[in-house]
Write a protein that binds this ligand. Sequence first.
Ligand SMILES: *[C@@H]1O[C@H](CO)[C@@H](O)[C@H](O)[C@H]1NC(C)=O
Ligand SMILES: *[C@@H]1O[C@H](CO)[C@@H](O)[C@H](O)[C@H]1NC(C)=O
Ligand SMILES: *[C@@H]1O[C@H](CO)[C@@H](O)[C@H](O)[C@H]1NC(C)=O
Ligand SMILES: *[C@@H]1O[C@H](CO)[C@@H](O)[C@H](O)[C@H]1NC(C)=O
Ligand SMILES: *[C@@H]1O[C@H](CO)[C@@H](O)[C@H](O)[C@H]1NC(C)=O
Ligand SMILES: *[C@@H]1O[C@H](CO)[C@@H](O)[C@H](O)[C@H]1NC(C)=O
Ligand SMILES: *[C@@H]1O[C@H](CO)[C@@H](O)[C@H](O)[C@H]1NC(C)=O
Ligand SMILES: *[C@@H]1O[C@H](CO)[C@@H](O)[C@H](O)[C@H]1NC(C)=O
Length: 401
Amino acid sequence: MASYASIITHAAVLILLILSSFLNSFAKHGYSSSRHHRHHSHYSINATSNPRLQQAYVALQAWKSVIYSDPNNFTSNWIGPSVCNYTGVYCAPFPNNTKIRVVAGIDLNQADIAGYLPEELGLLSDLALIHLNSNRFCGILPQSLANLTLLFELDLSNNRFVGPFPSVVLSLRTLHYLDIRFNDFEGPLPPNLFAKNLDAVFLNNNRFTSVIPSNFGLSSASVVVFANNQFGGCLPPSVANFASTLEELLLININLSGCLPPEVGYLYKLRVLDVSFNKVVGPIPYSLAGLAHLEQLNLAHNMFTGIVPAGVCVLPNLANFTYSYNYFCEEEGICMNLTSKGITFDDRRNCLPDKPLQRSKKQCSAVNEHPVDCFDFHCGGSGGGFATAAAPMPLSPPPSG
Ligand SMILES: *[C@@H]1O[C@H](CO)[C@@H](O)[C@H](O)[C@H]1NC(C)=O
Ligand SMILES: *[C@@H]1O[C@H](CO)[C@@H](O)[C@H](O)[C@H]1NC(C)=O
Ligand SMILES: *[C@@H]1O[C@H](CO)[C@@H](O)[C@H](O)[C@H]1NC(C)=O
Ligand SMILES: *[C@@H]1O[C@H](CO)[C@@H](O)[C@H](O)[C@H]1NC(C)=O
Ligand SMILES: *[C@@H]1O[C@H](CO)[C@@H](O)[C@H](O)[C@H]1NC(C)=O
Ligand SMILES: *[C@@H]1O[C@H](CO)[C@@H](O)[C@H](O)[C@H]1NC(C)=O
Ligand SMILES: *[C@@H]1O[C@H](CO)[C@@H](O)[C@H](O)[C@H]1NC(C)=O
Ligand SMILES: *[C@@H]1O[C@H](CO)[C@@H](O)[C@H](O)[C@H]1NC(C)=O
């Protein structure tokens, strides 16, 4: 999927950013010259002589003792006080005192390690980044991670973590990048998650339920991925609070219902919007015509009705518009011939009179005889959406085919 490719690029950019910010941070303290470093190369780089590395040694040995499988031998050299020589452990001069080296990063990506995260990880209080992508770490996150007051980037993706949303991350003031996708976290998201200063939030492929919190604070995220969870409810209009930063919003397969709120059209920086595989009803809001940067729009596999508005089809950067498997009954203006604009599109399985591969008349009339009133839609849960006045579900699930 195109959007995922750009997310990966985004992550790479963030990693560069983080390293350069670490570098800047000690440059600011006047120790940026490498010549200077050569003259003062008496770093205390082993745990015997440096209390911070001594603490790191305790933490890393505790961690090693709860690693049950390490098929690629990442931790087999985690022996002795030279923690900076351990595979996957990265030391850097401490920003405030470059004569001291500290453990600034842990990168065990793709190590396939099985084990868990012990309380002692709280001793690694100088960490700026933790990358544990694609391992078999299980259990819950220790509360002691709250001690990692410099942590900027936390990637726990593709592991076996369980339990409720790890609320300890909410206390990490410097955290900018949170990736917990592909785990087994469950239950509701904490409402204040989006009040944090996060650049990117990946929550996809977990077991989150409840609804997307309706009180999105003023958020600074540029990428938010909710995909493949079981939120249900409506997309809250407060999504507009992401307006000044959000570039990618992926809501694929999250059991989303109700109408798309017009506020989505306020997200003027959006490049990718994907709400496919949900139960969204009603029309495409005309406000989407304001998304001047939009490149990818996927509305497929929902219960959208009404017309495909010309205002969306003329968006200057639109390259791929997928709206198959809905109940649209008219394509306005240029939407009828997106080929002429060089836009990749998929309009199959709708109710478009002059197009091939549409739904049967019977399926179309069953749905179009009961138009949706977005202002009278019951969103379920405490979710946002429009009015929450109790009204019966206006539509039964679409017939297959
Ligand atoms: C650790 O550092 C101290 C002082 O810098 C040194 O005397 C000692 O030999 C080192 N130990 C190891 C195992 O490198
Ligand atoms: C890891 O170490 C064990 C024991 O030394 C060895 O048998 C195995 O081949 C090593 N595995 C890898 C992937 O290097
Ligand atoms: C750690 O790595 C440095 C640089 O690669 C090397 O000089 C040193 O001998 C290593 N220390 C130990 C204890 O392996
Ligand atoms: C580094 O120094 C600054 C200013 O001197 C101080 O505010 C900050 O708390 C220090 N950071 C740490 C981790 O000691
Ligand atoms: C937090 O870090 C400090 C050192 O910065 C350490 O002394 C303390 O034991 C740590 N607390 C926990 C709970 O790990
Ligand atoms: C999907 O959301 C609806 C409420 O909109 C809820 O009743 C249903 O249980 C949810 N389905 C799943 C699989 O979570
Ligand atoms: C267009 O988007 C759809 C849905 O995301 C995707 O399956 C398809 O591969 C995309 N086509 C191109 C040419 O990017
Ligand atoms: C769509 O536009 C192209 C180029 O402008 C034209 O060749 C083609 O006949 C049009 N298709 C239809 C169905 O109108």
